[in-house]
Design a protein. Structure first.
Length: 221
């Protein structure tokens, strides 16, 4: 898989090193030569010193050959421009964009060419909530331009699934909700139809945006 990463800061470098180690073809686009000079990457990583917000630079990078573009700069405006150009001008199949300021999250959608957005501030907030919130729904990540959500519920002692001793099959969740994993005593478990839930289970679900009520009914009450 060929991946172009715009921005060679700490985030961009980490992604490049990780993907290159996994055998992917990686190109880093960075406009600041000083950043390029002091950066260390595996031999297989390509470098292009250019402004990724310009069509000419992206054409020079051969973006039409990329399977994925990651807009990982420290500027949200730049990441939006890179995403839009990647999708509209070069037809990149998957565009992933970094959100630096959580207030800008609403902009990162398919209208701007973004397939998946990752908000570090929002993720940290979710992780903090996860540590303290029992019996509430925690949003871990938006998927499919926000139409789907990856969510987590930590079950309280009075959760309906526990009180009624219901199995996953007996919960009769709608088709718009899927339990994808259960973490119990720090061990991940693959859910099965006859699984019964316990207090303090971390239930990970993928749900359509409008189906969180069903998740709350089953796991919170």
């Amino acid at each position: 898989m060929r991946v172009a990463i715009a921005g060679a800061g700490n985030v961009g470098l980490f992604i490049a090193n990780d993907l290159s180690s996994a055998g992917h073809e990686v190109q880093l686009i960075e406009q600041n030569p000083a950043v390029v000079d002091r950066s260390h990457t595996p031999d297989g990583v390509e470098w292009l010193v250019a402004d990724a917000c310009e069509v000419a630079s992206l054409r020079m990078a051969g973006l039409e050959r990329c399977d994925v573009v990651v807009a990982a700069t420290g500027d949200d405006e730049d990441n939006l421009v890179i995403s839009l150009l990647s999708k509209q001008e070069f037809g990149v199949p998957r565009v992933i964009a970094r959100i630096n300021n959580a207030r800008n999250e609403w902009l990162f959608n398919e209208k701007w060419g973004v397939d998946i957005s990752v908000s570090t501030p929002a993720l940290i907030t979710s992780l903090v909530d996860e540590a303290v919130e029992v019996g509430s729904i925690i949003n871990l990540m938006d998927l499919a331009q926000g139409r789907m959500k990856l969510i987590e519920v930590t079950l309280a002692a009075n959760a309906p699934a526990i009180v009624r001793k219901l199995s996953l099959d007996e919960l009769r969740l709608p088709d718009s909700v899927r339990v994808v994993a259960v973490v119990r005593s720090d061990q991940p478990m693959v859910p099965s139809a006859n699984m019964h839930f316990l207090e303090h289970d971390h239930v990970i679900l993928v749900a359509r945006e409008d189906a969180t009520h069903e998740c709350a009914t089953a796991f919170i009450g």
